[in-house]
Design a protein around this ligand. Structure first.
Ligand SMILES: C[S@@+](CC[C@H](N)C(=O)[O-])C[C@H]1O[C@@H](n2cnc3c(N)ncnc32)[C@H](O)[C@@H]1O
Length: 264
C-alpha cells in the first residue's frame, strides 16, 4: 500500500509504460477490451453519430478512433504526453480527433456543457482525486448528457487479491482482501512494471456519483459472450467473478438540485 502518492506519480508511470502498453493494442484495444469492455461500452452508448464526445483518459486512442469513425466529434484527453504522441501517430489525418494532454481531475481548458457523451475506459482507478474527476465530467456534460465509465471491479480487484491454487496450479477460488482500504496501491502490469491504482469501495463510488449530481441509469459487470468464448475459450474462468464494472450515468440538473439538498 502506498498512502502518500497521487495522480502525478501514477501518470509518470503510465508515461514510462506507454509504448509497451500500446504494443498489445490493435484497433479494438487489447484482448480484455475486445472481449469485455467494447461490447459493453458500445451497447450502453448507442448511436454516437453527430454527438460531441469526450474520451477521458484516451491512452493510445483506439476508442476515440472507433467513435470518430462512427460519426462522433471526438475530443480525447490523456495526462501522459507519451500516450498522446502515440495516439496522434496512430490516428489517420482524416479522422479529426482533437487529442489534448490534460488531467481529468482538472480540465479547465474545456468549456462547461460542451459534450453530449463522456466515455472513460479504465481510467478512474488510475487517478487519486476521483471526486474532482466526477465533478469535471458533470461540468462538461450538457443537461441530459451521458457519462459512461469502466473500472476494475472494486469488489474483486482489491489491493490484495488473486487465485488460490493447488500445488499443481489448479485454480480453487479467487481471494479478496483489504476491500475497505481506500487509497493507492501498486499492481504489476507488464513484466516488471508496477503501476499505481487507487482503490475505493463500491459504496464510495456510488455515493460520490450521487453527491456529484449524477443519476445512475445502470451498471454492467461484463461477461464474455458465446461468440467471444468460441474465439478465446480461456475466458471461461471469467464466469467465476467479475474483473470489471461499467457505469452509465445521466446528468439531470433538476434531479441534481433535489439530491444536493439531501445528505448521504
Ligand atoms: C488503462 S489506460 C486506458 C487507456 C484508454 N482509455 C483505453 O481504454 O485504451 C489508463 C490511461 O489513463 C491515463 N490517465 C491516468 N490518470 C489520468 C488523469 N488524471 N487524467 C487523464 N488521463 C489519465 C493514463 O495515462 C492511461 O493512458
Amino acid at each position: 500500500m502506498k498512502q502518500n502518492v497521487g495522480t502525478e506519480e501514477a501518470v509518470k508511470r503510465w508515461d514510462a509504460f506507454a509504448d509497451k502498453y500500446s504494443q498489445n493494442h490493435t484497433e479494438q484495444g487489447d484482448l480484455h477490451k475486445e472481449v469485455f469492455l467494447n461490447p459493453t461500452l458500445f451497447s450502453l452508448m448507442g448511436n454516437v453519430n453527430n454527438k460531441k464526445v469526450l474520451d477521458a483518459g484516451c491512452g493510445e486512442g483506439y476508442l476515440s478512433r472507433i467513435l470518430s469513425k462512427s460519426g462522433a466529434t471526438v475530443t480525447a484527453v490523456d495526462y501522459s504526453p507519451r500516450m498522446i504522441e502515440i495516439a496522434l501517430g496512430r490516428t489517420p489525418k482524416d479522422l479529426l480527433i482533437d487529442f489534448r494532454q490534460g488531467n481529468c481531475e482538472d480540465l479547465i481548458n474545456l468549456e462547461d456543457k460542451s459534450f453530449d457523451l463522456i466515455v472513460s475506459n479504465m481510467v478512474i482507478q488510475d487517478l487519486a482525486n476521483y471526486e474532482k474527476a466526477f465533478q469535471e465530467m458533470y461540468r462538461l456534460l450538457v443537461n441530459e448528457g451521458t457519462f459512461i465509465f469502466s473500472i476494475l471491479h472494486p469488489c474483486f480487484v482489491t489491493p490484495e487479491c488473486g487465485w488460490e491454487k493447488t500445488e499443481s496450479g489448479e485454480k480453487l477460488h479467487w481471494n479478496v482482501d483489504k476491500y475497505f482500504y481506500e487509497g493507492a496501491y501498486e499492481q504489476g502490469l507488464g513484466d516488471k512494471e508496477k503501476m499505481l491504482f487507487f482503490h475505493r469501495t463500491l459504496t464510495s463510488y456510488i455515493n460520490t456519483l450521487i453527491k456529484t449530481g449524477f443519476v445512475l441509469e445502470g451498471i454492467i459487470e461484463p461477461k464474455p459472450s458465446t461468440e467471444m468464448l468460441k474465439k478465446y475459450p480461456s475466458f471461461e474462468e471469467d464466469f467465476r467473478c467479475a474483473d470489471f464494472i461499467v457505469f452509465k450515468l445521466k446528468k439531470n440538473e433538476v434531479t441534481s438540485s433535489i439530491i444536493s439538498s439531501l445528505t448521504l
